[in-house]
Design a protein around this ligand. Structure first.
Ligand SMILES: Nc1ncnc2c1ncn2[C@@H]1O[C@H](COP(=O)(O)OP(=O)(O)O)[C@@H](O)[C@H]1O
Ligand SMILES: [Mg+2]
Length: 300
């Protein structure tokens, strides 16, 4: 990517030079001093992080970097030891995950959480934002929720069609392949009309034939006006679709910027090389195209 287009991205997204914690022009998430430790291990130690609205941000880093833990904190599935963060300008500390999702922030899991003994359609319905049927007045006036139940069902079927799962609507979720479960999880997340969708390794364990379709769906989320934050450790994958990349290592944000810039950042190369992950090393060195790299750990 020529430097000029990289600079252009910069000025639209960040208010300063690409560096960990750089403020964004229109942040949807702002986090400050968020830490989470497990015993002696500091899994997350984020001084400042802003996620820009309306773009695709990739959160990358070697295994154990703290990406999933950060996701859990931001989405209310876990509580930090210190820190505060906000979503759409509203402070989120202490707000449980189901309320966070009603506010418009949904996430999917690295290990999919489709309920195997429910049908695909039933799984979708569970993703709907307000279940009127749960409310007292709806049980007194059942027709009000019956109407809503119909709306939910047609929305679910529409989304299933978009994700090419409509033929499976009545099958148990257990019968889906790994990739189809990932698609189901993404489709289910959309049932609540989120403004921010957070995907934890949406491509992990997915048959390569489905990877492209998942990537297309992620780009499509942005086209539908959503902000997307996704975790991935394959840099090459990230560079195809991300507008902005945030790199974590050992709990900290070590770099952020447009994909082309980040992949040349020595801190990023160090983070991956330091992780001794053969696969990551191959991908990273292949991508950034340094002379003599590929297997050559010593020459960074
Ligand atoms: N519930 C937990 N209890 C103890 N240690 C944990 C727990 N969750 C995560 N960790 C540790 O925190 C670190 C970060 O993990 P994680 O957030 O899953 O990393 P990533 O998603 O980047 O691979 C790892 O060292 C992991 O072993
Ligand atoms: Mg993880």
């Amino acid at each position: 990517m020529p430097a000029s287009s990289s600079n252009e991205t910069m000025s639209k997204i960040a208010t300063g030079p690409a560096a960990p914690g750089v403020p964004k022009t229109d942040p949807i998430i702002v986090a400050d001093n968020v830490t989470r430790h497990f015993g002696g291990l500091m899994a997350v130690d984020v001084e400042h992080l802003e996620i820009q609205r309306g773009i695709i941000t990739a959160l990358i880093g070697p295994n154990g970097a703290g990406k999933t833990t950060l996701f859990n904190l931001l989405s209310g599935f876990d509580n930090p030891n210190t820190g505060k963060w906000s979503f759409e300008g509203k402070a989120l500390a202490g707000i449980p995950s189901f309320k966070v999702s009603k506010m418009g922030q949904v996430r999917t899991f690295q290990l999919t959480k489709a309920l195997s003994m429910l049908s695909v359609l039933e799984n979708m319905k569970l993703g709907a934002k307000s279940q009127f049927g749960e409310h007292l007045w709806a049980s007194i006036f059942p027709w009000t929720w019956r109407k809503q139940d119909d709306d939910i069902e047609s929305k679910a079927l529409e989304l299933l069609a978009r994700f090419k799962l409509d033929a499976k609507a009545d099958d148990y979720a257990a019968s889906l392949s790994g990739g189809q479960r990932k698609l189901l999880e993404m489709a289910r997340a959309l049932m609540s009309d989120p403004t921010l969708i957070m995907l934890d390794e949406p491509m992990a364990g997915v048959n390569p034939a489905l990877t492209q379709s998942l990537l297309d769906h992620i780009v499509d989320l942005k086209r539908h006006g959503m902000s997307v934050l996704f975790v991935e450790h394959d840099m090459q994958m990230v560079s195809h679709i991300a507008d902005w990349v945030v790199v974590m290592a050992e709990g900290k944000i070590v770099a952020e910027g447009p994909p082309a810039t980040v992949m040349k950042d020595p801190a990023v190369i160090d983070a991956y090389l330091g992780s001794h992950q053969g696969t990551d090393l191959g991908v990273v060195t292949g991508r950034i195209d340094l002379p003599g790299t590929g297997k050559d750990k010593g020459s960074k």
